[in-house]
Write a protein that binds this ligand. Structure first.
Ligand code: SF4
Ligand code: SF4
Length: 218
């Protein structure tokens, strides 16, 4: 029997609100391996197709949902585990693509600009020469490729004071259709690997949604 979208959306919302910590713990402990043994077809079906879709990120800009709860600003304490497990699992390949790719958005908060200027002993005017002003968003953005990326040494020359947006990359805001899950920029090769490696975690989410749907049906 098919489940109405609105009911499933409500189950996902409740799951995020009440089970975030539990699901992070289940994923960290690898519960999905047990579940996948019970439903072996789940992990095999369409896997190559899914990998091919993920790998499109190499050329086409898009975001992918990750089976980890996004932080809820209303209760960040209870829902921060997903972000923590993400950073425990993510391994940057230090390819530098996010730093030197033209077109990548690199907006600077006021605090970023102040911190960078202080670190370099620069005036704001000098830093702004490396930026452009986005009139629609009313925010400064570093020109791309990032002027602070050293391509020979393959590293950021302002790493300790790099912009907040760099410290969060490859995490992007959740997708509209998946508002309770973290999302990553598919352009990052290490993020694509993480998405492939954690596909099995979705079975834990499915299991939790199923339990909640059953409780809602009572
Ligand atoms: S694109 Fe991803 S893997 Fe490459 S340096 Fe940036 S965060 Fe690391
Ligand atoms: S500031 Fe540093 S981390 Fe951020 S894009 Fe530039 S080189 Fe990369």
């Amino acid at each position: 029997m098919s489940i109405p979208n609105s009911k499933l959306a409500e189950a996902k919302r409740l799951c995020h609100e009440r089970r975030s910590a539990v699901c992070v713990d289940q994923k960290r402990r690898g519960l999905h391996r047990e579940l996948l043994e019970e439903r072996p077809h789940w992990s095999v079906l369409k896997r190559q197709e899914q990998y091919a879709t993920i790998d499109r990120g190499e050329k086409v800009p898009f975001d992918i949902a990750v089976p980890l709860p996004a932080k809820d600003p209303r209760s960040p304490e209870e829902t921060s585990g997903g972000v923590e497990l993400f950073w425990e699992t993510f391994e940057c390949a230090h390819c530098g693509r996010c730093c030197y790719t033209p077109g990548a958005g690199l907006y600077l908060e006021k605090e970023d600009m102040e911190r960078i200027c202080k670190h370099l002993g620069w005036s704001m005017k000098k830093l702004k020469k490396l930026c452009h002003y986005d009139k629609s968003l009313k925010i400064w953005a570093l020109k791309q490729p990032c002027p602070f990326y050293d391509r020979e040494a393959k590293k950021c020359t302002i790493y300790p004071v790099r912009p907040l947006t760099c410290t969060r990359y490859p995490l992007h805001p959740p997708l509209k259709e998946m508002p309770y899950h973290l999302a990553v920029d598919a352009f990052c090769p290490a993020a694509r690997e993480l998405v492939k490696e954690t596909l099995g975690w979705w079975i834990i989410c499915e299991n939790n949604w199923k339990d909640i749907l059953e409780m809602m049906g009572r």
